[in-house]
Design a binder for this molecule. Structure first.
Ligand code: AKB
Length: 311
């Protein structure tokens, strides 16, 4: 019998596509989607309402479905967590503890927990940011992700918890829209370009950030979870890279498809967050240890986004 998988926070940008792919791979009935309220996903397969901060509710559902693997996606992202620091810290940290403890107690066997490029800060080398380097995040989200990484490694070393993690760059997909992040502009720009012909960007034109097309991030996520246990040598979180661009560079790519597209710039509080993050990432360890390789670049991603949003 296959391991039953629970995806917590499954109706967000990543969860929407991850659940579909996990169900293709493991079967619809083996993947339980869950969020804090019922969403459209409930029509597509097993779905539960879960608040990850409610330990007893979480335990009851894990036992009812005999869950063996959890993908914990529920979190407040960078921009939202700055507005609600205490709630961001509480959700991002205590949610993780509740799931780590289920594995410590041997109730579940394997955890996926996403980290982020937000673990880096202004003093980190910006280009080709190495796996091991200065890490002084200046956002609530980044601080919670860095602390979470340390706890993941601690639970692995002390209790043998099989927790695996990736430091996602900005994720770009057409099936759902992100909310509360600093890299969100890279999705909104496509919708506005197609529907309105113009976009007002909340970051300045030369703000280069690491990004990734959604299908690559799904492949990386399932790839690290399926990798042989001996290949996972980093138990904090792996650097992960796709490609990097600035608002100006992505707008130039969009103009190849929509010649009249116009972008304007009105940086807001998210500019400071973006300025503290790396411009590009060295993900050599992910390649060496478990064979990570992205497929998409800026051009291929732009083609896919425009083709599918137009549909
Ligand atoms: C955000 O912008 O907050 C996220 C991230 C890079 O983790 N997309």
């Amino acid at each position: 019998m296959r391991d039953k998988i629970l995806v917590i926070g499954s109706s967000g940008q990543l969860g929407t596509e991850l659940v579909q792919k996990l169900r293709d791979v493991y079967g619809i009935e083996n993947v339980i989607a869950s969020d804090t309220k019922v969403t459209e996903q409930a029509k597509e397969g097993p779905f539960e309402v879960i608040d990850v901060l409610d330990v007893n509710g979480l335990l009851a559902i894990v036992k009812r479905h005999n869950i063996k693997q959890i993908y914990l996606l529920a979190a407040l992202l960078s921009a939202t967590a700055e507005k609600m620091p205490k709630i961001g810290w509480e959700l991002n940290m205590n949610g993780l503890f509740n799931v780590l403890d289920l594995a410590k107690e041997k109730i579940i066997e394997k955890i996926y927990w996403p980290s982020s490029i937000a673990v880096f800060g202004s003093n980190t080398p910006k280009e080709n940011t190495p796996q091991y380097t200065i890490m002084e995040p200046s956002t609530v989200y980044g601080i919670s992700k860095l602390a979470g990484e340390r706890w993941c490694e601690y639970y692995f070393n002390k209790f043998g918890v099989d927790v695996r993690s990736l430091r996602y760059p900005g994720l770009i997909g057409w099936k759902s829209v992100p909310g509360g992040g600093t890299t969100d502009y890279a999705v909104h720009i496509f919708h506005d370009a197609i529907h309105k012909g113009n976009y007002e960007c909340f970051l300045s034109e030369n703000t280069k950030l690491p990004m990734m097309f959604m299908s690559d991030s799904i492949n990386a996520t399932i790839g690290i979870m399926q990798a042989d246990v001996n290949k996972i040598k980093i138990r904090s979180s792996y650097n992960l890279a796709g490609f990097s661009f600035s608002p100006k560079e992505i707008s130039q790519e969009i103009i190849k498809h929509i010649p009249n597209f116009k972008i304007t710039y009105k940086p807001d509080s998210r500019q400071e967050i973006a300025d503290s993050w790396p411009k590009s990432i060295d993900d050599n360890f992910a390649t060496l240890h478990w064979g990570w390789k992205p497929e998409y670049n800026l051009e291929l991603m732009t083609n896919e986004m425009i083709k599918n949003i137009k549909k």
